[in-house]
Ligand binder design. Sequence first.
Ligand code: MG
Length: 230
Amino acid sequence: MRNILLVWDIDGTLIHSKGCGRRAMEQTFYKLFGIKNAFQQIQMSGRLDAWIVRDALIMHNIQEKNLAVFFDAYCELLQLEMKDAEASVPIQGIQELLQYIKDLSNIYHALGTGNIERGARIKLAPQDLNRYFPVGGYGDAALERWQIIEQAVKRSNEHYKVIFQPEDIYVIGDTPLDIGCGKTLGVKTIAVATGSHGLEELRKHEPDHLFANLENYHEFFRIFTDKEYL
Ligand SMILES: [Mg+2]
């Protein structure tokens, strides 16, 4: 039986965090540097936290060495934001899908997210989703986004003691950037229109598989049964 690795994006794919990350970043910048709306001009969607914050620091003439201090304060504020029970909701169908996969011995999970690792864990905690993802690639360092996926695969190989083959690795995400990462690395891509991009927009980027949502997880698993993986 082949071993399959699913590399999951977080925001818009596993959960909707309703702008908690952005709010926590804005609050952190204000708390540390007294600047309001510091991220207003900065593109955040699908980008790495390290780049987002670095851009803001440069834009406001603050030394980049403050990056670590920023993230410490950010995690505290993000934690507060996420304490609100309604701050995040799982994408519909995701909990059922993860629960179902749990019993399949040849499917493994990793995170592949632009969030810093601590931020990712804070975002997934309210829905108790961290238990599915022992490893991942994160946005702590200012890497290219595809390098996060590469990192996730490398760590998965080590953690699960399985060498996953490119044709058995699936990047799952809600943006063209996620699809692009998979293509750069020569692995498979699954796009879901549960985030900020619609079905037709995602289709233009030619993912290997495309879903409006993951509510019908049997449809999702057809990807693998069709290939006689399961
Ligand atoms: Mg996303």
